[in-house]
Write a protein that binds this ligand. Sequence first.
Ligand SMILES: [Zn+2]
Length: 672
Amino acid sequence: MTNPLLTDWDTPFGIAPFDAISDEDFAPALEAALAEHEAEIAAIAAQTGPADFDSVIGALEAAGERLDKVLSVFFTVAGADSNDKRQQLQRDFSPRLARHFAAVTANKALYARIEAVWETREGLNLDEEQARVLMLTRRNFLRAGAALEGEADVRMTEIKARLAELGTAFTQNLLADERDWVMELCESDLDGLPGFVVEAARAAGREKGKDGPVITLSRSLIVPFLQFSPRRDLRERAFRAWAARGANGGETDNCAIAAEILALREERAKLLGYGNFAQYKLETEMAKTPEAVRGLLMAVWEPAKARAEADAAVLEDMMHADGVNGRLEPWDWRYYAERRRRAEHDFDEAEVKPYLSLDAMIAAAFACANRLFGLEFKPLDVPLYHPDCRAWEVTREGRHVAVFIGDYFARGSKRSGAWCSAMRGQAKFPREQAPVVINVCNFSKGEPALLSYDDARTLFHEFGHALHQMLSDVTYESVSGTSVARDFVELPSQLYEHWLEVPQVLREFARHVETGEAMPQALLDKVLAAANFDQGFQTVEYVASAMVDLEFHDGAAPGDVMARQAEVLDRLGMPDAIVMRHASPQFAHVFSGDGYSSGYYSYMWSEVMDADAFAAFEEAGDAFDPALARALEAHILSKGGSVDAGELYQRFRGRLPGVEALLKGRGLIAAE
Ligand SMILES: [Zn+2]
């Protein structure tokens, strides 16, 4: 029998034939696809004679097509609809794939062919995108260590292996500290806690085998406890334990691990010829240099700190009015901030939801894409991997653009969070290929399904990523859609969230499911104001973490991470009642893996851009200004990573982004 993953898919728009694929097909298909890709790579590496763009870079782009197809189906179902078998396959595949891709960049003969193309690039008459793809391909190989020889090459392999071990140990220590601590509560300790926190504490108690309710260090339990518990003594105990995760001495202490990771990263960067790890890491980003990151963070820091200090004074007065003397402490902040929020902005989530049905919010996201980019969406009846999935054909002026799949409901087989992925990315080489894009969310099912305002924002966010994929118009898949720098990739998604807040969009689509009435303005105002509450605190705890991350990697690695952390916070003038969002011994973004090391700033970098980019529409006085929408598509959404991100932004906006719109958006400076 033929394996359906390995055949040509004769289905509408070449969507994977999910109804024909069974879990038994994955392992043999993966082996066959890996072998095919290995053979393709070996053939390119074995070429002799002059190297040109098509025979080396073009061939690399075209290689691995079957592997992409197999993996796109597998990762789609493994993430959105897993089972024991798929989990086992994932555990088997992941080291196998890591070895496979590491062997590609370690192939010296292949690297020599790429280098030969690079040497002759001036005479090759490459267009802008080809020149970029060549540069990116070569850079990936160089950054992986392809040009290293002898001892340096051996040492690089050792460093990578040791870093992988240390990252795993860091994560496991953190989990152990979180698992081992509980605070048992008696019934009277529950006074003042809302029902959902009491329920969660009881459920946690049952899970830990205790008779009564407990507080654990899980963020989803301890944060609401700190927000709602009037018991200052209990808040302090819980907070101190939470802040000490990964720094409790003994076997699970992460401080020495963090120091070793930083030292190895520095050594790795220097082997590759960079001054330090931050320079290595930021080379591929829009920010490019540590100085640019520091500039952004400091521009936000001062106004955020001023706001946080003003807020601290208000909260401290509330505490004194409660009869508690002394300074506001970190375990007091969330409690008094929550009381202030209720006094100033309270609204009931249950009041909002009937105005935000899932179907209406999908229609709103589609309607905005229609007004901005002329896209049309027609339901498509095709077999997918789960009955909750829906598909649409996306067209423009009658021409096929993409297939869009929405998988919106939470279920046990789906991992948490929300994401967008392309089952097939847009490309024109080696042949035209239209995108197949999926948005996966975890909304509660219902009849009809109703969303919270946060859910609706998530829907728009993921749809913004989907537009980046669907409107992509490049030649090579390696630079299509969301294949862009990490600090640029959230621009289209965060930008799209702004259209949800456009009054005419809410008036038209946020209608009561039963009465059809528009959401009352007063309720809408409360929802929007609540989104900006306590931004001084949130910005300070975030920027402090981002700054410590940057300083860890920009310069000689510190022998004592806690001392360096203290030094950085001291220089910043960290407010007394706020701590870093992630203290170093628990900073998994930075130490569990490499993804966000000297990259934690990137959330804010993107936010600066989305605020600045949407300000262009506000300045034009029309959220659907046609010329701006065309420019957004032409310069950003269609270009993927085919041009440097900073250059793309300049082409769209005529200048680089400024922080002003972000500061106004977060309410950290007054809007005029
Ligand atoms: Zn995103």
